[in-house]
Write a protein that binds this ligand. Sequence first.
Ligand code: PMP
Length: 283
Amino acid sequence: MKIYLNGQLVSKDEAKISVFDHGLLYGDGIFEGIRIYNRKVFLLQEHIERLYESAHAIRLTIPLSPAEMTKAVEETVAANELVDGYIRLVITRGSGSLGLDIRRTSDPQVIIIADKISLYPEELYEHGLKIITASTIRNHPQALSPRIKSLNYLNNILAKIEGSDAGCLEAVMLNHKGEVAECTGDNIFIVKNGVLKTPSTDAGILDGITRRAVLRLAREAKMEVLETTMTRHELYVSDECFLTGSAAEVIAVVELDGRLIGDGKPGPVTKDLKTRFEKLTRE
Ligand code: PMP
């Protein structure tokens, strides 16, 4: 495996960074998770744009232009001869002295890992996930905006632990107002009376790139789509529920907090959007 590290492709063993890196010491950095389908990097430009927006929001200057970053990602994928896979693109603040001051850091690290991934067992894509609501709420947008894909994922990890403790692979998180936000690593959708609904980005969620793609597909298919405020009750009484993410793709949710969703099986709209999404990944 070849890892891109600051302009060079190095072996896994050589891919090392300083213990003084503020990415490690403080979670000070940003990342993207991106899919490779049939040797092509899926929706790369949207991921690059979000990466540079995250960087801008945390006052981090990426030492490459977006065009250079695009080329670096493509070269890393080609060097690893991956047909299908997953890219983790990480930018850290760089190493510095102990203390939070970003002015004492120098060398932001640019890391690109291209590997295989399988997030959930294959049978769950057929039968759907059982999830719970975590008591850990999503980061308050005025504390750390969930729009920033930062290296600080403890908020989500704490919710994920609650999910694992309950025997679930995902957990839904509410926001500081008690509204539905998203899952620990995926966005959430429901279908009710034929209408596709998902929390709006104002709910304090990551503006997921798979979420955007699914919304585009639904609108193209002339479905009625609503980006809106959502309560947990609406999830409980929904006809269908599914999650989206670069790693997760499109996966049905069939049970939440011990309540069956619909008839407890992946529904027709979910299946249809999943098929449309799969087709898009093969274009
Ligand atoms: N929400 C969170 C918290 C995430 O970490 C992710 C990505 N893993 C998503 C949603 C899905 O975003 P995307 O479709 O851009 O991968």
